[in-house]
Structures are given as structure tokens and as C-alpha cells.
Design a protein around this ligand. Structure first.
Ligand code: LLP
Length: 484
């Protein structure tokens, strides 16, 4: 417990002992007793002082008005500035544990990767790597990021529907799995592998034609989406048939990813059924046995107070019978791969901002903060909902918009929220900003990139320093042309 954390506890123990020590003179015992009584409020205050991790949890639990929580955020803002991304390390580790526990007991042949696009901070990726996760990447930059944190080429899965020749070359050189999105790409991989005198390891990204009912822009497995080779009309099957005849290609698996922020298991179940049907067909009709079947990422997290979403356990439970039936029909069991991003890091992230001004207009009240869609793109881009907490305030609730500092009407971080009234200088925290927050941030409006810190207990580690004004010009004053 936090009691006595920073207290001179030896003095208090002495007083306690003296009070009840019958051989001590009465005046001394009275004095010790008085001192003990006087220290009670002070002890209570000590007890209320939360660690930074506890302050983050309290904020999530809508207790951001408490003095200890306020003090913790003020300390962070004064030391590291705002806007500031704060990640809670135990949360990330707990999420990995939850997924591993739910799946490992039901799927003995299991491999979990981290879709690093969700949060590409190398220290965050290292946390996930330390838990045994592989890396799913979508660009040369993400390949280099994965290598930098210690992944080897063969541990990397490279998915993109539009890979450039340099990316294909690099992935083959490294021995990464290329997750192939079209026949055109397959042909290019074949030529490059021939040149490198290597066999390229591949899977096909399959479009299963399943709608998981999520936000339109992140719904990827429906027939009209740009991703993957469609199961429909046998396109995916034909791609495998073609690849089988290519000596430069080593077929290793099949992949699909039906979307992001999925909150119900049904879409996964239907997808798994369809994909296992393909697994069976490939073996029976083409003699192809896959080493893995990747069902993608997409596991949703609760963004709203009281929102319930499918848990890893719900998903594992729902998939288990379909998987068992499918592998029995196929006559063998490929390893089940999963590749979530958001699920691991989303809830760990808190975006700390400071109020610049408050403005009352005839229609609305705007609380203008020092972050915008350049810092957190999700609300503007997807109309995504993020909970907001005003730090240190509990009174005077008002209907307000939390507005960003970008010069665009659409730069509203939270619309029509009833929140304790904030004033200039107050701190406002936006929750669940750990996934697709910093990784989608930009320097738009010439605002330097925010800093990122990682919290563990009461320890804070700066894992990315704040951008600087000179950095805004870092690539414009060089005479050397950039090459891919
Ligand atoms: N695998 C592939 C092939 C993906 O395209 C993605 C995400 C993932 C895995 C990880 O999905 P997750 O588990 O994080 O849902 N910017 C949007 C999300 C875009 C997701 C893109 N692909 C957002 O802020 O909601």
C-alpha cells in the first residue's frame, strides 16, 4: 500500500512504541500520543498520493478531479511539456498477457505478432518483442524500425497492398514473409527473387468478403475494399495455383485482416470458416500445405465509458469450434497467427494537453487546447470518440467542444461533451490514445511533434523527446537529393 511511502516512518514507529511503553514517563507518552494524533491527517494525505500509474488508472475511472491525480498530471506537464503522449507500461503488458492466456490454452499452435503501425515507438515495440511477439509491418520504414529494435528478417511479416520495388527487394534480402496482395506483385517478387538467387517466402492476403461492421475507412475485408485477393470467383485459389509453379516462391501461409476496432466475434468466426475452407481446398486440389493461417488483427477496445467489447477470451472461445472443425476437415493444422495492434497499446495511451483559451460563442463553448488533429488524427478523420477528462476540476459541468489548435473547422477533438468547466492553463487528458495517435501525427501547421513518455509505477521514461523548431526544416536545407 502507498501508506508511509515518503514518511519518516522510523519517527512514527518510535512515537507508537513510546505511547504504549508503560515504563516510559507519562509526559513523554502523552507527547508521543499527541504527535501520533497530529500525524493522522498528514498520513491520510500521504496515502492519497497515487503513483503515476495509479493516477492514470484514476483518470480512466473518471477520478481526474482528485488532488493526487491533479498533482501527478501537473508534474508531468511541468516536466515534459504538452502536448504529451503518456503510455502505461503495465497496461500494455497486461493486454499481451490477456490475449496469450485466452488463446494459448485453446490453440496450441499459435503465433502472435504486433502490428507495429499502431504505435511505432521503438521502446514500445521492444516491450512487445520481449513478450515473444513477432512483427507485422507495412512499409520499408516499419521494416527498418523492426530491425532496429532487434527483430531478424525471418521474424517479420510484410503486408502492404502497394509495395514499391525497393521494399520488395529489401524484404526478400532479409528473408521476411511477403504478404502478397496481387498477381502483379507476385510476378515482381518472382523476378526479384530470381535476381537475388533466393526463394521468396510468401503468403497471400486474402479478401474473404466479410463485413465486421466497423468504421467504413477501416473495414478491409469487404468485397469493395482495395485489399487482398478475393476468395470470390476463386481469385485467391488461382493465385496459389500460379505461385505453386514458381520455383522462386516458397508458399508459407494465408492471411486476412477484415478490419480494425472490431467489437464482436461474428466476423472473425465467419472469416475463419471461409479461410479454413481455402486451406482444405489448397491441400486437396493443389497439394499445398500451409505452415500458418493468419486471421489478422482488429480486436477492438472500449473507447466509451461503460462500453463493453468482445474480450480475447470471448474471441478465442468463439473461434475454437470453427477452428477444430476446419482443421479436421483439412486433415492438418496450420499454426494460427494473430496480429493485433490497437488491442495491445490503445488503452495504454493518454494524451495530455493544456487549455490555451476558452471561448463562448452564440452556439457553442469551445475549450481550445494545445493539441489538434496534427497530434491525434482519429476524431477528425473517423469521427472517432475518445473520452476526455478535465484535470483537477469537478464542478460546473457545461456542454463544450474540445477544439484543437489547427486552423481547420474540422479540428475538434471531442464534440458536445458535458465536462467540468475548464479555464486557460488547465490540463485536459484524452484517453485511449496509445494506438494510431503518435503514429498518425504530423507537423501540419508547422507544429513540432509531441513528446512521448512511458510510465511504470512511479517511474517515467522519455521515449521520444519533443520535436524542435529547427527540425521543421531538417530536410529542406540539404543539397543531397533523397533516394529510396
Ligand atoms: N494487420 C493489418 C494487415 C492491418 O492493416 C492492420 C491495421 C492491423 C493488422 C492491426 O489492426 P488493429 O489490431 O490495430 O486494429 N488508423 C485507424 C486504424 C487503421 C488500421 C489499419 N490496419 C484508427 O485509428 O482507427
Amino acid at each position: 500500500m502507498t501508506l508511509l511511502r515518503d514518511t519518516p516512518s522510523t519517527a512514527l514507529s518510535f512515537c507508537l512504541a513510546s505511547t504504549f511503553h508503560l515504563e516510559f514517563p507519562v509526559p513523554l507518552r502523552r507527547l508521543a500520543f499527541t504527535f501520533l494524533l497530529l500525524s493522522v491527517p498528514c498520513l491520510q494525505a500521504q496515502e492519497a498520493k497515487p503513483t503515476l500509474h495509479e493516477a492514470l488508472m484514476a483518470t480512466r475511472a473518471d477520478r481526474a478531479g482528485e488532488p493526487g491525480v491533479t498533482a501527478a498530471f501537473r508534474r508531468l506537464a511541468e516536466t515534459y511539456g504538452t502536448p504529451l503522449y503518456i503510455y502505461d507500461q503495465p497496461h500494455i503488458q497486461g493486454q499481451v498477457q490477456a490475449l496469450q492466456t485466452a488463446f494459448a490454452s485453446r490453440f496450441p499452435k499459435l503465433r502472435i505478432l504486433y502490428a507495429i503501425k499502431a504505435n511505432t515507438n521503438p521502446v514500445v515495440i521492444k516491450l512487445l518483442k520481449a513478450k515473444g511477439l513477432g512483427a507485422e509491418v507495412v512499409s520499408r520504414g516499419e521494416i527498418e524500425t523492426a530491425l532496429r529494435v532487434g527483430y531478424t528478417g525471418p521474424e517479420i511479416m510484410f503486408t502492404s497492398s502497394s509495395k514499391n520495388p525497393g521494399e520488395i527487394r529489401r524484404a526478400i534480402e532479409l528473408g521476411a514473409v511477403l504478404n502478397v496482395d496481387s498477381l502483379d506483385e507476385l510476378g515482381q517478387i518472382q523476378i526479384e527473387a530470381r535476381q537475388q538467387k533466393k526463394q521468396a517466402r510468401i503468403s497471400f492476403r486474402v479478401n474473404p468478403g466479410v463485413d465486421p461492421h466497423t468504421i467504413h475507412q477501416i473495414n478491409t475485408g469487404i468485397a469493395e475494399s482495395k485489399f487482398g485477393l478475393h476468395l470470390q470467383d476463386g481469385l485467391a485459389f488461382k493465385a496459389y495455383e500460379k505461385a505453386k509453379g514458381m520455383p522462386e516462391i516458397r508458399i508459407e501461409g494465408a492471411h486476412c485482416h477484415i478490419g480494425s476496432q472490431i467489437t464482436e466475434a461474428d466476423g472473425y468466426v465467419l472469416t475463419a470458416r471461409k479461410m479454413l475452407g481455402l486451406v482444405k481446398d489448397l491441400k486437396e486440389k493443389l497439394g499445398i500445405k500451409l505452415s500458418f493461417l493468419d486471421l489478422g488483427g482488429g480486436l477492438g477496445i472500449p473507447y466509451e465509458d461503460g462500453q463493453t467489447v468482445m474480450s480475447p477470451d470471448d474471441l478465442a472461445k468463439a473461434l475454437e469450434p470453427v477452428w477444430k472443425e476446419g482443421v479436421a476437415a483439412a486433415g492438418y493444422e496450420p499454426t494460427l497467427w494473430l496480429e493485433p495492434g490497437r488491442f495491445f497499446v490503445g488503452g495504454s495511451g493518454f494524451l495530455l494537453t493544456r487549455v490555451n483559451t476558452v471561448k463562448v460563442t452564440p452556439l457553442k463553448t469551445f475549450v481550445n487546447v494545445d493539441a489538434g488533429f496534427n497530434t491525434l488524427m482519429r476524431p477528425a478523420m473517423y469521427k472517432a470518440y475518445h473520452r476526455v477528462r478535465v484535470i483537477g476540476k469537478t464542478k460546473d459541468p457545461k456542454l463544450v467542444d474540445i477544439a484543437g489548435d489547427v486552423c481547420e473547422t474540422g479540428d475538434i477533438l471531442a464534440e458536445a461533451r458535458t465536462l467540468p468547466m475548464a479555464e486557460a492553463g488547465d490540463l485536459v487528458v484524452i484517453l485511449d490514445a496509445g494506438a494510431y495517435g503518435f503514429s498518425m501525427a504530423s507537423e501540419y501547421n508547422a507544429r513540432p511533434m509531441p513528446a512521448e513518455v512511458l510510465v511504470d509505477g512511479n517511474a517515467v521514461r522519455v521515449i521520444r523527446r519533443r520535436g524542435t523548431y529547427p527540425e521543421l526544416f531538417r530536410n529542406t536545407e540539404s543539397a543531397v537529393p533523397a533516394k529510396r
